[in-house]
Write a protein that binds this ligand. Structure first.
Ligand code: BDP
Length: 721
């Protein structure tokens, strides 16, 4: 071999080496859809041939997206090139609607699919003419897409039984992201950069990110998106902006994602130049009807409106002496001819009412049960105040049986350390969905109440306040992706556990090595409780800084809005701590089913993790551990910090096992989180100590500064406004 040939061979090998092991760091932009190559020879043998020849029934845009996905999946996971065939009997992978399946296979799949939610799918394998075929079938093409994503998920999580059989159906109809995105691209409570909707360059410019967004959502079963902030801007309903929305809707449509918009109740005035927005005024009614007709001409499959009315300064029907039901029905009638819905939020409270904020939504909505049109859904936050680290169930879940409902959770971490803290919300979602609504009467859980198959409600759904933004990794913190992922998976199937979803996400996003994945799973599973402990243990709530909500500020007191004061919620004094919501206090307990009412009303039976939510408790009260309340609270704060540090250590030990960029990013965020956890502990304990006047028990790391220091901290440019 001449030197030249030898040299070229070496060079070739070196280059090959580089191309096989790209040094490219994982910037998170591919989310859980990385399809990293599978190296296990056993798995390769079993699965790589699944898609060697595939057939797809849909010659539609959705069909094309499914084709792309099949290519991406097999190519990425196995490095194989799959071929499309037009002979269904030749195919190893058959992706077909029930209608278009060869006759002889129909009965088999119909047995699984009949009578269930149409977006569901059935994956099965059978041997035909001596070769194994995999069939993905559904009544809808959306179901086929969900089935494909499930196939790849199952392969990666190695959850495929030998003879693959998976039937899956969404347990709720509407699975929607709520973007709190403003038209100027800022995001209310957005911690991952700016809004991904670039209204300025729409409708002409459609960067890839729009389709990537739709694909990511489809991969986890989300089927709707509200593009705009609940604190709405009527401009979005103008003709000019509707054309921009139309362009987005077109990108999302093949992925089964409908577009919804927030409607400002004053739109007839600000946009329509009418003198009033009175829902009883016929001109106003006509304005909304005309607006709906215009919207549906532009976007025929428009989902509907989301409305925040008469809350936090947003206008609403009460301004005109009308009720929430009258306001909601006005819009509902307008969209009804086109199959649209109105999602009307129950997140209402006003500082002008001098009763407990936690009771106001129930007070206003419960009497209206049965008065809403059948295309209205009442959107209820998981708890009665506002997405706090831990809240009891919102009492409206136990009362609005004659109305359609949506549950609303927050994916963005407004009260969980923004996108700097690793807090996996799966455990919070699970706690919420599995809560029994009226244990005194039946076993119905929140999850059941959102499942049309288990209630008389014709419509129901689950909304999550989105955590996406222009950061390359979409969510700011890598683990924020897990919250988005988990939201979608649980909205599809409220019975999935947070633990299994965490595992799915980890193996698709970080590592398939079981030992590594298990450690990360443990970090995730403990993370929410850690945050509760270092922020608001034992039922404390709403003690963060004013306006931006960054960091602790239990001392906040505002004259204009008592209900924005932290002191309103914790009521610390020389005797004790906590909000008395018992029958002797605000009587919020009375809004619950008898079982909860009794449980919560008694200081001795109230679960300790909600004690200070429902009771004003003496500093010296003996807790179950034998500690006094004061000591227990100190230990809780300390344990949040300690346990977080343990997680941090575990993460740091993974350096050699995971992608370097992922490792460094999370390591750095952990450093911030640790600092802030200590800050929360120290600021809260020094503050509450000024009331309890008790010494810190042993084992508590003493606060680094005095109370004045914590009070003096000012933050002008933190995100979250
Ligand atoms: C609170 C947020 C506020 C939202 C409000 C809402 O602090 O920015 O506008 O909820 O849900 O959590 O409307």
């Amino acid at each position: 071999m001449s030197f030249f040939i030898k040299f070229s061979v070496h060079l070739f090998i070196i280059l090959l080496g580089f191309s096989l092991h790209p040094a490219q760091a994982d910037d998170g932009s591919n989310l859980w859809l990385k399809y990293d190559k599978i190296t296990d020879p056993g798995l390769i043998k079993v699965y790589s041939s699944l898609g060697s020849k595939f057939w797809i029934s849909q010659k539609t845009e959705t069909g094309d997206k499914i084709k792309d996905e099949i290519e991406k999946g097999f190519n990425g996971l196995f490095g194989t090139h799959t071929k499309l065939t037009d002979d269904v009997f030749q195919a190893t992978l058959i992706v077909s609607t029930v209608e278009k399946l060869p006759k002889e296979w129909k009965p088999l799949v119909e047995k699984e699919l009949k009578g269930k939610a149409k977006e569901g799918y059935f994956i099965t394998q059978m041997v035909l003419k001596n070769s194994k075929r995999t069939i993905i079938a559904s009544y809808t093409e959306a179901g086929l897409m969900y089935g494909i994503f499930q196939l790849f998920r199952s392969i990666q999580t190695q959850k495929i039984p030998k003879n693959l059989q998976i039937a899956s159906f969404p347990k709720t109809k509407l699975r929607i992201l709520n973007h709190w995105d403003n038209l100027n691209r800022t995001v209310e409570r957005g911690y991952a950069g700016f809004s991904i909707w670039n209204w300025h360059t729409l409708p002409e410019d459609l960067p890839d990110i729009y389709e990537e967004y739709a694909r990511a959502n489809a991969s986890i079963g989300i089927n709707g998106t509200v593009l705009t902030n609940v604190n709405a801007n009527a401009l979005i309903l103008s003709h000019e902006y509707l054309l921009k929305v139309q362009a987005l809707a077109k990108v999302f449509r093949p992925f089964n994602i409908k577009v919804y918009l927030t409607a400002k109740f004053y739109a007839p005035m600000t946009l329509g130049k009418l003198p009033t927005a009175d829902p009883k005024d016929t001109v106003v009614v006509a304005w909304w009807n005309k607006k709906a007709a215009e919207i549906y001409t532009i976007i025929p499959d428009f989902g509907g409106f989301l409305v925040k009315a008469n809350s936090e300064g947003e206008p609403g029907p009460q301004k005109y002496g009308s009720t929430h039901a009258e306001g909601a029905n006005l819009l509902a009638n307008a969209v009804k001819p086109y199959g649209g819905v109105v999602i009307w939020r129950a997140f209402v409270y006003e500082s002008t009412q001098n009763n407990d904020r936690a009771t106001q939504a129930f007070n206003e909505f419960e009497p209206l049960d049965g008065k809403f049109s059948d295309n209205v859904m009442i959107q209820i936050k998981n708890g009665p105040v506002d997405f706090q680290p831990r809240e009891p169930l919102h009492p409206l879940f136990g009362s609005m049986y004659k109305s359609n409902i949506m549950a609303e959770v927050q994916i963005t971490q407004e009260y969980f350390g923004f996108s700097t803290h690793l807090v996996y919300l799966g455990t919070l979602f699970e706690e919420f969905f599995k809560t029994k609504i009226a244990p005194g009467k039946n076993n119905q859980t929140v999850a059941n109440s959102l499942d049309p198959a288990k209630t008389t409600r014709s419509l129901s759904g689950i909304s999550g306040v989105a955590n996406t933004g222009t950061d390359r990794n979409w969510t700011g913190h890598l683990f924020g992706q897990a919250n988005w992922y988990c939201f979608g998976r649980m909205a599809w199937d409220t019975e999935l556990s947070a633990k299994e979803i965490a595992q799915e996400w980890i193996v698709q996003t970080i590592s398939r090595k079981p030992a590594v994945a298990n450690l990360i799973q443990k970090i995730m599973m403990e993370s929410r409780e850690n945050a509760v402990n270092y922020m608001t243990p034992l039922g404390l709530h709403h003690i963060m800084a004013l306006i931006h909500h960054y960091g602790p500020a239990p001392w906040v007191e505002t004259k204009e809005r008592a209900d924005w004061s932290a002191t309103y919620y914790h009521k610390a004094d020389s005797i004790g701590l906590g909000f008395d919501r018992t029958t002797k206090g605000s009587n919020a307990v009375n809004q619950y089913d008898a079982y909860y009412k009794n449980l919560y009303n008694d200081e001795n039976t109230c679960p300790e993790n909600m004690l200070l939510w429902f009771h004003h408790v003496s500093w010296n009260k003996k807790m179950k551990s034998g500690n006094t309340l004061w000591d227990e609270m100190c230990y809780k704060y300390q344990s949040g910090v300690d346990s977080l540090r343990k997680s941090q250590k575990v993460w740091n030990s993974l350096e050699k096992n995971i992608d370097k960029a992922q490792f460094l990013h999370v390591r750095n965020r952990f450093r911030i989180q640790e600092k802030e956890a200590v800050w929360w502990k120290d600021a809260c304990l020094t503050y509450f100590q000024s009331f309890s006047k008790l010494p810190f028990p042993k084992r508590i790391e003493l606060p680094l500064h005095d109370l004045n220091y914590y009070k003096s901290l000012q933050f002008k440019y933190v995100p979250g406004l």
